[in-house]
Design a binder for this molecule. Structure first.
Ligand code: SF4
Ligand code: SF4
Length: 355
C-alpha cells in the first residue's frame, strides 16, 4: 500500500486522463438531490456533499435492466427466441463513493456471487468497476457505520481511498485495480513521510463525530422462532405505509422481480428492483400471500437484515450503517431502534437508548 498526494486544482484534469480507459461515474448535484451519474467530459464529481440520496448500488445492479430481447412476430426468423441483450461491461470507475457504499457491495456479493449461484450481470459489472472512495471527514448525524462493521475511513472494497487534506487529497492505493487507475491519472507523487499517521488521526477524529450506534452482539444467540413471534413487531410496524423507500435507498437490499414487457410484437425480459415491503412481492398466483400483513413484511425486512443474514453468513448484519433508511423513512421507522429491540430480546442484554 502506498500513499500519493493529489493537488485539488489538478483533480478534474487528472480525471479527464482516465476517460480513454474508463467510463467515469460520481456524485452529481441535481436540482433537489445529489446522486450518482455518469460524468460527462470535463465534469468532476461533487465531493462537497454528505451522502447521496440513493446509494451507488444501481451502478452495478441497475434499478431496471434488460436481460433478454425477443420478437413475437412469426414473420421473423428468430421469433420466440430469447436473445441476450447487449451490455456494456467496459471498465468504469466510481469516483467519490463513500466507504459504507463500497462495503455494501461486499455484503451483496454474498448473494450474487456464490459457489452455487453466479449472477452474471452483477458479477461482470462489479468486476469492471474500480472504486475511488472518498473518506467521510464529517459524517452525518444519522450515520452509525462504526457499529455496523464499517467506518468513515473504512477501506474494505475500495481500490483507492481519497482523504481530504486541505489543498490536496491524500490517496491510499489499496489494490492492483487502484494502482492501474492511479497510474492512468498520473497520481504518482508520493506523500510526505507521516501521511499514514495523518490519515489515521483524521480517521479517529471522524469516528469520534459518530454518536449514533446499534447493538448487535446478541443477535446471533437469539432463538429465531422466539424472536419471530416477539410481541414488539406490531408496534414496530404500526406506522409503516409500505412505501418501500427504505429498501430502494439501501445499498445492501438486493431483491428483484423478473417480468416480460411487450410492446406490439417486440418484447423484453426485464429485471427490476422489488421490495419485501410491497404486498405484491410475495403474492402467489393462487391469490395466497404468505406475507399478507404489513407487520409480516416489516418483520421480514428486519429479520432478513438482522437475523437471517447474521445466521447464514456469519458476516455481521446486512447493513453498513449509512443511515439512509433512517433519514428517508416518511414515518420515522428507525432500524437502530428495531435492532436494539431485537438484540435485547429475551433479557439477554439491557434495552439501549437510541442516541
Ligand atoms: S420507508 Fe418507512 S414507511 Fe416506507 S416501507 Fe420502509 S419502514 Fe415502511
Ligand atoms: S438498512 Fe438502512 S442504514 Fe443499513 S445500509 Fe440499508 S439504508 Fe443504510
Amino acid at each position: 500500500m502506498k500513499i500519493v498526494k493529489i493537488d485539488k486544482k489538478n483533480f478534474a484534469t487528472d480525471l479527464d486522463k482516465l476517460r480513454d480507459a474508463y467510463r467515469l461515474f460520481g456524485p452529481v448535484k441535481g436540482e433537489k438531490y445529489t446522486d450518482f451519474e455518469e460524468l460527462s467530459g470535463g465534469q468532476a464529481p461533487d465531493l462537497d456533499f454528505m451522502n447521496t440520496r440513493m446509494s451507488a448500488k444501481a451502478l452495478v445492479y441497475p434499478q431496471s435492466e434488460v436481460m433478454f430481447e425477443y420478437s413475437l412476430n412469426e414473420a421473423d426468423e428468430d421469433h420466440h427466441i430469447m436473445k441476450e441483450a447487449p451490455k456494456d461491461y467496459s471498465p468504469r470507475a466510481v469516483i467519490g463513493i463513500r466507504p459504507c457504499d463500497v462495503k455494501a457491495f461486499l455484503l451483496v456479493q454474498k448473494n450474487f456471487d456464490t459457489p452455487e449461484y453466479k449472477d452474471t450481470y452483477w458479477i461482470q459489472a462489479f468486476e469492471a468497476t474500480t472504486f475511488v472512495t472518498y473518506a467521510c471527514s464529517d459524517p452525518c448525524g444519522t450515520c452509525f457505520c462504526t457499529t455496523a462493521g464499517c467506518g468513515p475511513f473504512h477501506e474494505e472494497g475500495s481500490d483507492v481511498l481519497l482523504v481530504d487534506d486541505g489543498e490536496q487529497y491524500l490517496a491510499k492505493i489499496l489494490t492492483d485495480k487502484g494502482e492501474k487507475l492511479a497510474a492512468a491519472a498520473g497520481w504518482r507523487v508520493a506523500a510526505e513521510d507521516g501521511a499514514d499517521g495523518q490519515i489515521e488521526s483524521r480517521s479517529q477524529a471522524a469516528e469520534e463525530k459518530i454518536v449514533s450506534e446499534v447493538n448487535t452482539e446478541y443477535l446471533k444467540d437469539i432463538d429465531t422462532a422466539e424472536i419471530y413471534d416477539a410481541p414488539f413487531w406490531e408496534d414496530a410496524a404500526f406506522s409503516c405505509i409500505n412505501c418501500g423507500t427504505c429498501t430502494f435507498v439501501c445499498p445492501t437490499c438486493w431483491c428483484f422481480d423478473i417480468q416480460d414487457e411487450n410492446r406490439g410484437k417486440a418484447g423484453k425480459r426485464m429485471r427490476n428492483w422489488d421490495s419485501c415491503m410491497f404486498p405484491l412481492f410475495t403474492l402467489h398466483g393462487t391469490g395466497h400471500n404468505p406475507r399478507g400483513l404489513k407487520m409480516e413484511r416489516v418483520r421480514q425486512r428486519f429479520m432478513h437484515k438482522l437475523k437471517y443474514y447474521v445466521d447464514k453468513y456469519d458476516n455481521g448484519i446486512q447493513c453498513v450503517g449509512c443511515g439512509r433508511c433512517v433519514r428517508l423513512c416518511p414515518v420515522n421507522i428507525d432500524i437502530r431502534r428495531v435492532c436494539d429491540l431485537m438484540n435485547s430480546y429475551g433479557d439477554k442484554a439491557p434495552v439501549c437508548e437510541v442516541t
